[in-house]
Design a protein around this ligand. Structure first.
Ligand SMILES: [Zn+2]
Ligand SMILES: [Zn+2]
Length: 157
C-alpha cells in the first residue's frame, strides 16, 4: 500500500485509470477528505445536500473501492465506514462494538507480514481490511463483571 498522496493526486489517479473526474466523483472525494472516517449513511446525507443521489454515492464508493482509492475501513454492526486510503499511512482499526469508538493503529509487524504474504502469492494489493472488534477500555470498565465480558479477559479462579 502507498503512503500519503494529496487529494489532487487522486484525480490524476482516476484519469490514469481512464476515468473521468465528474462533478459527482469530485464531490465524493471532497466530502470524504473532510474527515478521517465517513459513515456511509451520513456521507449520503451530506452529498444529498449537494444534489448527489444515494445511488450515485454508493456507485462511486464501490468504484473507488475497486481501484483502491477508498477503503471500506470498518464493517461495524450497523454501518460501513469509508476513508480515502491513499491519503493516510497504512493503518488498521480497533472498533468498539458498544460505543462505536474507532482506534487506529500502525503496526510494522503487520505491514511486514503483509509484504511477505503478497510476495508468496505474487499479489498486488489495492487495500486491506484488518479490523479487531471488541470493547474499548471505557466500555470494558462499564461492563466489568457483566455478561459482555469476554471469557479470555476473565480472571481465572
Ligand atoms: Zn466503547
Ligand atoms: Zn482509518
Amino acid at each position: 500500500m502507498r503512503g500519503r498522496v494529496k487529494t489532487s493526486e487522486l484525480y490524476s489517479l482516476l484519469r490514469a485509470r481512464g476515468m473521468r473526474v465528474t462533478a459527482v466523483r469530485k464531490a465524493v472525494v471532497e466530502e470524504l477528505s473532510s474527515r478521517r472516517h465517513s459513515d456511509a449513511e451520513e456521507l449520503c446525507q451530506r452529498l444529498a445536500a449537494r444534489g448527489v443521489s444515494r445511488a450515485s454515492v454508493y456507485r462511486t464508493l464501490s468504484l473507488f473501492e475497486r481501484i483502491g482509492i477508498v477503503s471500506r475501513a470498518l464493517y461495524g454492526e450497523r454501518h460501513s465506514h469509508f476513508e480515502l486510503a491513499l491519503l493516510h499511512q497504512p493503518h488498521d482499526h480497533l472498533v468498539c462494538i458498544r460505543c462505536g469508538r474507532v482506534v487506529e493503529f500502525e503496526c510494522h509487524e503487520v505491514d511486514r507480514l503483509q509484504a511477505e504474504i503478497l510476495k508468496e502469492h505474487g499479489f498486488e494489493p489495492v487495500g486491506r481490511v484488518f479490523e479487531i472488534r471488541g470493547l474499548c477500555q471505557q466500555c470494558r470498565m462499564k461492563v466489568a463483571g457483566g455478561k459482555l465480558m469476554h471469557r479470555a479477559t476473565e480472571k481465572q479462579r
